[in-house]
Design a protein around this ligand. Structure first.
Ligand SMILES: NC(=O)c1ccc[n+]([C@@H]2O[C@H](COP(=O)([O-])OP(=O)(O)OC[C@H]3O[C@@H](n4cnc5c(N)ncnc54)[C@H](OP(=O)(O)O)[C@@H]3O)[C@@H](O)[C@H]2O)c1
Length: 251
């Protein structure tokens, strides 16, 4: 794969799946905007692995729409253009049904702000940028939860990923003739910080029992697909959802 000349924003690239994707893109020659929220040091450390890539690191709290817009405009100012926007950052926050209504709704709003509203802002800005520059690609990191549903503690999370999937498909349907394509990577359980607390509480065997492969998915299993899409090899599959759930849910 050769991503030389490709400028790519990866949100949530300080940890987990986003970090593995950003690392893969830089290893293939891409110039990446590594976005972080609280883990600046992790973002800088990743950049230091690829000094020749001329990649950059930008902080933004995606719960705040003004930060989302600033992230996008900083990318354009510093990179000149974007070819692909990878919407990966997300939170997985429990809000069990027995919570008091105000606290339950506060978690709902926070989840939707980070996981979906910020994706909407980036999509709007990205479409207008791509229309002026002959096209571009969106990759949304969705979830198996959009199709299978989640447990009752994570209703907002499942709803946010359902919204993200519909957004991705609408972009694919609407802007293909302008050279804009759109894809969803839909992981199942993947070994990241987001998932480790579940493993600590419930153990690993419950997760191994539901997958058909012998080991849990790791971020490195997902990253090459993002590079493949960025290279343009998947354009005729625009609108597609790629399931990466180790055979745990087929639909
Ligand atoms: N792990 C799984 O089992 C799994 C399964 C299906 C889908 N996914 C999806 O995959 C994506 C990545 O998940 P992951 O497992 O890699 O998660 P993770 O290890 O918890 O990393 C989350 C990333 O999102 C960033 N982030 C969190 N809150 C943010 C905020 N308010 N503003 C901006 N960025 C924020 C974090 O930045 P900082 O570290 O800098 O704060 C971090 O880079 C998510 O969209 C998730 O829903 C994960």
């Amino acid at each position: 794969m050769n991503l030389t000349g490709q400028h790519i924003l990866v949100t949530g690239a300080s940890r987990g799946i986003g970090r593995a994707i950003a690392r893969e893109l830089m290893a293939q020659g891409g110039r990446v905007a590594v976005h972080y929220n609280s883990n600046k040091d992790a973002g800088l450390e990743l950049l230091s692995e690829f000094p020749e890539s001329d990649s950059i690191c930008i902080g933004a709290d995606l719960e705040k729409p003004e930060d989302v817009a600033r992230l996008f405009h900083t990318c354009i100012d510093r990179l000149g253009k974007l070819d692909t926007i990878i919407v990966n950052a997300g939170v997985f926050l429990p809000h069990p049904p027995d919570m008091p209504p105000d606290s339950w709704f506060a978690v709902w709003k926070k989840t939707l702000s980070i996981n979906l509203d910020s994706a909407g802002v980036l999509t709007h800005l990205g479409i207008n940028h791509f229309l002026k520059h002959g096209g571009g690609r969106f990759i949304y990191v969705g979830s198996r939860a959009a199709f299978r549903g989640e447990t009752s503690d994570y209703m907002a999370y499942a709803a946010s990923k359902g919204g993200l999937t519909s957004l991705a498909r609408t972009v694919a349907r609407s802007f293909g003739k302008s050279g804009i394509t759109s894809f969803v990577l839909a992981p199942g359980f993947t070994r990241t910080a987001m998932a480790e607390s579940f493993i600590e509480t419930h153990g690993e065997s419950i997760l191994l029992d539901e997958i058909s492969l012998p080991e849990l998915t790791r971020p490195e299993h997902i990253a090459p697909l993002a590079a493949f899409i960025c290279e343009g090899k998947m354009d005729h599959a625009t609108g597609t959802v790629i399931d990466l759930n180790a055979g745990s849910y087929m639909h």
